[in-house]
Each structure stands twice: as structure tokens, then as C-alpha cells.
Design a protein around this ligand. Sequence first.
Ligand code: SDX
Length: 429
Amino acid sequence: MDTAKLLVDGKEYELPIVTGTMNERAVDITKLRAQSGLITFDPGYANTGSCKSDITYIDGERGILKYRGIPIEALAEQSTFVETAYLLIYGKLPTRTELMNFQLGLKRHSLIHEGMKNFYRGFPDTAHPMAILSAMMGSMSAYAKECVDGVSDEQLMNENIMKILSSVRTCAAFSYKKSIGQPFIYPRHDLSYVSNFLNMMFDTPYERYETDPDVERALDLLFILHADHEQNCSTASVRLVGSSLSNMYSSISSGISALWGPLHGGANQKVLEMLEAIHRDGGDVSKYINKAKDKDDPFRLMGFGHRVYKNHDPRATVIKGACDKVLAKQGVNDPLLNIAKQLEEVALSDEYFIEKKLYPNIDFYSGIIYKAIGIPTEMFTAMFAIARVSGWMTQFIEMRRDPMHRIGRPRQIYIGQPEASYIPIADRK
Ligand code: SDX
């Protein structure tokens, strides 16, 4: 057994080393506190593994991403989002029959309970789609039959999986229709997963929406690329909330809330707003590169940098290639794409970005495609959530089935007052 030795106050502690299938190694500190009274300290968990997982593999130094061992480039090229979601959730590529049944199940669970439609009336038209989505997902548990741990009853678990994966589209599309004061468009049985979503977004009683196959393919590709990404902030939130035996709907709702942040999934909306601001300001990319480098300037190059990728984000590479194709097919010459490419070019030859290993991440180009296919900017992060729901559920189920599963409860280092007395209010200054 590989071990690490820790010498503290003249005492030596031997800790096991665990090694993953790709030879990643970790010091197993599960017994550290019992043996030594010590805990580890790692704000942001940059150096801390929370679990063992066989779902997704990332090599940040080499820009590698695999779902269940299959390279993301192969899935982007040959798979569909529904097939990729099945691969993640059930751990294998579906047979033709399994895929057909999965698609049928998603159709059957595409509606939300009519009672939930009333919730939309309570939101202002200006409500951000992510505020609505997290509320709707959490509320869905009130309408779902629950098995106590979310996974022991296979049939019930599969029902919840279908419900969440299918109706998250409906909730997102309804939030858009509400924001523009249009009637909700219901899901249809004759449309695919992606074209059903597009139809719920853009069909109207007065004009039939026809899905452009190129638009459908572009969105399907984006969903594949966003489906899972190991223990990122929102997935870690889903696992932590789910570790208390909270149900899958509430755990997924916490993932939606975490994803909304501009440092995480909310960055895709911020990237487009940043590109539009640079465009309005005359398109001087060097000015904004310098602002991003200026310690005293809060401006950051949104869509750049990543906690794990210290090389290209393979998803950004795929999306950048798709950008050119989608815009060419749509006959769109978007100045924002040119600004994005100039930003990338200048940044990647700049000492600051090279030294800090800052590359474009998944959010840098995705907004350009969303915009080209007509998705409003405020909906960008909701698009990320629709796809990531498949990864969140997969991670939730793995956590619940892990024999070592315990409620998550980090420790801390206390730096407050050692002792203080209660002072009656009459005596306070
Ligand atoms: C996603 O984890 C995942 O897997 C997430 C995700 C997924 O699929 O789930 O990949 C999706 O969230 C992608 C990231 C989207 N966020 C953004 O694009 C926001 C802009 N990027 C950053 O804020 C930042 O790069 C993070 C949040 C992505 C990563 O933050 P870290 O790992 O905590 O790194 P850091 O903030 O400590 O930065 C290290 C250094 C700092 O400089 P120093 O203090 O060392 O001098 O790099 C600098 C930072 O100032 N830096 C940037 C920068 N990102 C980091 N400087 C300018 N512009 C940036 N974008």
C-alpha cells in the first residue's frame, strides 16, 4: 500500500495514498484527525478530493474530458444529448431499444403539473430565468412520489430522472414565455428533446415555429458539452445537499442556484454582456485585456480561466469550431465573434495570461451560438442548467449508492475571540 508520512511535533503519521485509474493520487486523510487531532485547510477545495467517481474524467493539464471514458470530441461528433445523458446516468451507451424507451419516457414526463403553472403568476416579468428554475425544481418535489433515499426504488428513481430531465426544459421555456408576456407553449409528442424545447420557446399561436435542423444540431451539441464536469461548484452543491438525504429535486435546485453565479455557469451571460460592452466602446480589445490584468480593476475577462484546465478547455475548442459553422449557415456575421477571437488571440500571447495559464473556457464562445440561434442572453445560464441536470442527477445517484456515503460536514479553523461575556443591552455603548 502506497503511503505518505506526516511529521508533526516530532510524531510521524503514516497515511494511505489512493490511486485512480488514470494514476491520479491522493493522500487519504479520513483517519488524520482521529490519529493526530489535525485537520487539513483548503479554502475552495482546490486540492481536496471529495469522492471517488467513475462518471467523468478531466485532465486539466492536457485538456482532456471524458464521459464514462468516452472522449468528449467523439460524443460531440457522433452522439446526441439524450444518448449522452443516458450514458452518464446509466453508465453505458443505450441499445436502440433502450434509447427508444428513454426517449418515450422523456416525452411522457415533459409536462409540469398544471398547479405549478400558477407559480409563474407570482414572479415579476423581469424575474431571472434561473430564479424561476431553481424555485420550480425545488417545488416539483411537492408533486413527486418520493422514495426515502432517492435511489433504492429503481422504478421510482427512473421516474424522477425522466421527470427532472424532461420538465426542466418546460420550466425554462415557460420562464421565457412569461418574460415576454406570451402564452405557454406545451411540449409535443412528435418532437425530439431539443426541437421540443425550441418549439416551447419560439412557437406562437399566430405563427408556427419550424425547427431548423442546423439550429437543433447546434443546441444538441451545446447540451452534450455542458452535460457533466466532475466535482465543479454546482455538482459539489448537489452532492452536499443530497448527502443529508434531501430529495433529488431539492438537491438539483441547489445546483441550479450555484450554477447561476457569474464565476460559474452565469459567466456565459456575462461573456456576452462583456463582448457587447467592448463592441459599444469601439472594440479596443487591448484596453480590456489591460483592465483584466490590472489588480486594482475589478474587471475580469469573463469566459477565461478555469480551476482545473491549465490548458485549453476541450469544450471551448469544439464550440469555437461550431461557432463559425452555425453563423455561416445562419448567414450571420456577428461582430462579437470577431471581438471574441481577437480577445483570445491577444490574451493567449500575453505574458499575464500565459503565466497564469488562463485559456478560454466553455462559456467564452457558447453565448455567440446561443445568440445566433435566437436564445435571449438572460436564458443562457438556464441552457447550461438544462444540460447539466443530466450530470447532477448522475452524481447524486453515485453519491447515494456510495457505501462510504456520509453527510457532508467540513471542519474549520476558528479565528474568533477566545472568550467573551454577555453584556445586558442597558450597559452597551
Ligand atoms: C465554469 O469547475 C468547473 O468545472 C466549472 C465549469 C463546469 O463545466 O462546471 O467548467 C463551468 O464555471 C467555467 C468558468 C466560468 N467562469 C468564468 O469564466 C469567470 C472568469 N474566470 C474566473 O473568475 C476564474 O478563472 C475562475 C472562477 C474560473 C477560476 O477561479 P480560481 O481557480 O479560483 O482562480 P483564481 O480566481 O484564484 O485566479 C488565479 C489568478 C488570479 O491572479 P493572482 O491573484 O494569482 O494574481 O488568475 C487570475 C486571478 O486574478 N484570473 C484572472 C481570470 N481568471 C483568473 N484574471 C483575469 N481574468 C480572468 N478571467
